[in-house]
Design a protein around this ligand. Structure first.
Ligand code: UDP
Length: 328
């Protein structure tokens, strides 16, 4: 009998890569998604697989899965600042009510549950690089509050189920991750820059571009998550690539990668945009024997090839223009 895993957010960027990995590892995979931000395109290739099934369901409502369930990975959530503005209530619900429903399911089935937390629990961090011990600097009522606080609640309720009910739980704090299947127009910096280059538009750097991020290739991220799930460590673990870069430098890298003749233009920095972000991954190294292997140069090349292969109409869907208050 194959081990059975439920992956929520299965049609999303990370969720779909996780489905691939668990299928490859010989699991029976149930993918679940309400398809608000996810896309069936990401999992279409899995649909004929006899070890994969898909439930179209919103986990903020009661979740039922028949039979036994060994593992649950909760990856359903909007994950870009543009999405938080567009669907703030759903963002809050999936991180709080959705997590609670899934913890209940895990308890009923005796499953081990891993939740996708985020570097956003550190907010605009005053400690650099960020260690798991840092409590964060979050504005609960700012534009990112709906995501950050849902994720912080998610960690709290997961730890409560662990300590009070003895549930086996894992918490991964995911730092900026990129790769094929990111949504081209979700407003995140990498698809934004590559999309702009492909459309022949100038690259929009927010603020003066001195804010930093540290980008992790998706295969490395998925490997870290897999190792954490299989470990016996119940406390939060940062998974990300510590290779830190300013957004201005990142724009230059994308210009070089794509060969675009467009220039960089500067726009206002969105409210509460973190000034610096870099994971301390000592815990992941020590406990999971994990560290990232894919350089930004390699990862960006693969990701660019993916975006280039998309149909042209996707390139010209500009969802983010609708969201006032973010892009000025
Ligand atoms: N950013 C930018 N131009 C864009 C989109 C984003 O300069 O067209 C900046 C954004 O202000 C932030 C960084 O890039 O400082 C990363 O943004 P993203 O939304 O990808 O992720 P997050 O801020 O959640 O790390």
């Amino acid at each position: 009998m194959k081990k059975k895993v439920l992956i929520t957010g299965a049609a999303g960027f990370l969720g779909s890569h996780l489905c691939d990995r668990f299928i490859k590892e010989g699991f029976y995979v149930i993918g679940m998604d309400n398809l608000i931000t996810g896309s069936m395109d990401n999992i279409e290739h899995l649909m004929p697989n006899k070890d994969f099934e898909f439930y179209h369901h919103d986990v903020s409502n009661f979740v039922h899965v028949p039979g036994e369930l060994d593992y649950i990975l909760h990856f359903a959530s909007p994950a870009s600042p543009i999405d938080y503005l567009k669907i703030p209530i759903q963002t809050l619900k999936v991180g709080s009510l959705g997590t609670h429903n899934l913890l209940g399911l895990a308890r009923a089935k005796g499953s081990r549950m891993l939740i996708a937390s985020t570097s956003e629990v550190y907010g605009d961090p005053l400690v650099h690089p960020q260690t798991e011990e840092y409590y964060g600097n979050v504005n609960p009522i700012g534009p990112r509050g709906v995501y950050d606080e849902a994720k912080r609640f998610q960690e709290a309720v997961t730890m409560a189920y662990h300590t009070y009910h003895g549930l086996e739980t894992r918490i991964v704090r995911i730092f900026n991750t990129y790769g094929p299947r990111m949504r081209l127009n979700d407003g995140r910096v990498l698809p934004a820059f590559i999309g702009q280059a492909l459309r022949g538009e100038d690259l929009t750097v927010f603020g003066d571009g001195s804010q930093t991020r540290s980008f992790c290739y998706v295969d490395d991220q998925v490997d870290g998550i897999f190792r954490l799930l299989m470990s016996d460590y119940a406390y939060p673990v940062n998974i990300g690539n510590p290779d830190e870069i300013t957004i201005a430098q990142f724009a230059e890298e994308i210009i070089k990668l794509t060969g675009t003749t467009q220039k960089v233009i500067y726009k206002d920095l969105p409210k509460d945009d973190p000034m610096q972000r870099q994971p301390n991954i000592t815990k992941a190294k020590d406990i999971l024997g994990w560290e990232p292997k894919v350089s930004r140069q390699e990862g960006l090349k693969i990701t660019y090839e993916y975006f280039k292969s998309l149909p042209e109409e996707k390139l010209f869907q500009k969802e983010h223009k609708d969201f006032k208050g973010y892009i000025k």
